[in-house]
Design a binder for this molecule. Structure first.
Ligand code: MN
Length: 163
């Protein structure tokens, strides 16, 4: 009988805890992307000719002899993208917010969302940027030991819109 009582009390506590949890969840307003705080600073507006539309760069780490990678946070406003380009030592992209695109030459466009990771191999022409409707934020880790990024032609609207 004692055993049954304890079990019943535990069960009741369990039900209470569960319903409290449910209440808290339903009381919250759903988070939208625009309300989420960004992980790293937005930085400065990019003014060079290597991007179409409005993008921002926050340089976080410069490459040096011990670690030949630069790390930068890039924010693309909707529709903004890089030109086609290649990195002689490759690049890693970490998507931290919004919805973006990544495309390698002659490959389909890849949709990127928060948490997605891209490894771009050395000397592989590609571009990255935001989707048409939603901004995109990424951390770019770029190998610098084999020379600077080589910038190619702009991504046309037709290329941007294609699958
Ligand atoms: Mn790149």
């Amino acid at each position: 009988m004692m055993h049954f009582k304890n079990t019943a009390i535990l069960f009741l506590f369990g039900v209470m805890a569960f319903s409290c949890n449910q209440q808290t969840r339903s009381a919250q307003t759903p988070e939208t992307e625009s309300q989420e705080p960004t992980l790293f600073a937005k930085g400065e507006k990019i003014t060079n000719e290597n991007f179409t539309g409005t993008a921002y760069l926050h340089s976080m780490i410069e490459a040096d002899s011990l670690n030949p990678n630069s790390v930068g946070n890039v924010t693309f406003e909707p529709g903004a993208r890089s030109k086609w380009h290649l990195h002689p030592a490759g690049q890693i992209l970490l998507a931290t917010g919004g919805v973006g695109y990544y495309q390698e030459k002659d490959q389909p466009k890849v949709i990127l969302r928060k948490g997605d990771v891209i490894k771009c191999l050395p000397n592989t022409p590609h571009w990255h940027g935001a989707s048409a409707d939603t901004a995109f934020i990424q951390v770019a880790i770029t190998g610098r030991q084999k020379g600077p990024t080589q910038w190619l032609e702009a991504v046309t609207d037709e290329e941007y819109r294609s699958q």
